[in-house]
Each structure stands twice: as C-alpha cells, then as structure tokens.
Design a binder for this molecule. Structure first.
Ligand SMILES: [Mg+2]
Length: 251
C-alpha cells in the first residue's frame, strides 16, 4: 500500500467514478441510536459544507460520485440532501441504488432474512447490551454496546447468512451475494463503466469486496481493509477530504 501523496496523474487518468463509503470516510464514525419499546431515536450526521464543495468541484471536473453505505436510503438522503443532484446513492451494503429519484434494486433478501428476524428480536429483548434495530429494508442492522456471541450464533445457525461487525452494530446479510461489490457492479452497469474507471474508498470490513471490485482501491483504515493507496485516519481531515484534495490537485 502506498501513501496517498504518491498517487499520480497517470494513476487517475482513466477514473470516471469515485465511490465513497460514508462512516469514517465522509463523516466521522458512529451512529447514535436509542430504542425504547417501539420508539427508535436516531441521530443523523450531515455532511459538512467543505465536503459538499469538494464533491461539487469533482462533479464539475466530470467525475461521477457514488456514495456506498450500509445505511438506509432515507438517512443518506437526509445527510446528502444538498448534493443529491450530483450523486448516486448505493445503500444497505449494495442492496439498491438511488439515482435522480429512480431506484434500482439489486437483490431480493426478503425470504432469506425473514426467519432470522424474530430470533434476533428475542435475543435483543433479553440482552441489555443490544441498543436497537436500525430501520432497514434489505438488511438487518442491530446496534450493540459491544460484540455479542448470541447474535453471531443466532445468525450462524441460518444457512447462507452472515454478520458484519463494524464496531457499533452488526449487519446481517446474505453471504457473498449481499455486499457493496454487488452495488458497485450494478452501478457500473447503470453508468456504463468498467472496473478501471472506478476508484473506491472505504474504512471498514464491509468495504473489502467494494474495494476489490474497483480499479483503484483506497483504504481509509489500514488495519481493517487493504488498498492500492491508503489515507491515514489521524489528523484533522476526514479521509474523503484528503482524497478529494489530492484528486483536485491532480486534475
Ligand atoms: Mg465506513
């Protein structure tokens, strides 16, 4: 892995789309959630003015911008309201893509996830370390104070399902098929792009497949995912900020 300042003009000469993970890349890590009975409270983070301007500048230079997150569409629309005309949103770990008001569904997980949900709910009811379920359409997301063996065991018993722990929550997904790479491959079809036309940046275990499906993978956390280049997590700038600064310097 090379540090970002070694990325050259030649490296990005064929790049047409840049894919950004959200948490830990475009906004600081962490979602605040509280669930009491049937009332769920979520605190939304909004993208900062500076990143809005950078995304607009990239768009002006001709880059397509894709935002790829494990979050739900409603939340991403809220976070990126100001730049919705300039971006496509791939949500719930590659399950679907929103672009200019049109939704492209990439997977149908209904039958596969239907049975495990009540089982997870029973675990959640009994365990004080479970903070709550984040509203999702195609995946299940359970926020927990820490890693919980019971959640992992419950999902493991279901054939073909897997969990991803991101430090604050488990995503429950269809093994291999429901990943951010699926979302990227489908988004590439929408925009008629090839792998070498895509750069992707992510910071977490659920970005592994996404980075692998891109021509230039950028790691925003060397300890969790590998890339051709890496951005350090430390310092006052967010990883996406540093990457956009670099690309705008080069273009
Ligand atoms: Mg992330």
């Amino acid at each position: 892995m090379l540090p970002l300042d070694q990325m050259s003009r030649k490296d990005i000469s064929r790049i047409k789309m840049i894919v950004f993970d959200v948490d830990g890349v475009l906004v600081p890590r962490g979602t605040k959630i509280k669930q009491v009975g049937h009332t769920t409270t979520l605190q939304t983070k909004v993208i900062s003015k500076k990143q809005i301007e950078q995304i607009k500048a990239l768009n002006k230079k001709g880059f397509l911008i894709n935002i790829s997150s494990g979050r739900g569409l409603y939340m991403l629309q809220e976070m990126f309201r100001e730049i919705l005309p300039f971006v496509s949103l791939t949500y719930e770990c590659g399950s679907a893509t929103w672009y200019r008001g049109k939704i492209y569904q990439h997977i149908n997980s209904f039958e596969r996830l239907r049975k495990v949900f009540p089982k997870l709910q029973r675990v959640a009811d009994k365990n004080k370390n479970v903070k709550g379920f984040e509203p999702k359409e195609f995946i299940i997301t359970v926020h927990c104070k820490r890693k919980l063996k019971e959640i992992e065991k419950t999902v493991k018993k279901e054939k073909g399902l897997t969990t991803h722990w991101n430090g604050e929550a488990y995503d429950v997904l269809i093994t291999k098929d429901q990943t951010k790479a699926l979302g990227l491959k489908q988004a590439m079809k929408i925009f008629k792009l090839r792998k070498e036309n895509v750069m992707a940046i992510g910071d977490n275990y659920n970005d592994h497949e996404l980075l692998g499906a891109s021509g230039i993978p950028i790691s925003a956390d060397k300890s969790r995912v590998k890339g051709k280049f890496y951005v350090s997590l430390r310092g006052k700038f967010l990883p996406a900020d540093k990457l956009m600064q670099r690309i705008l310097e080069l273009k």
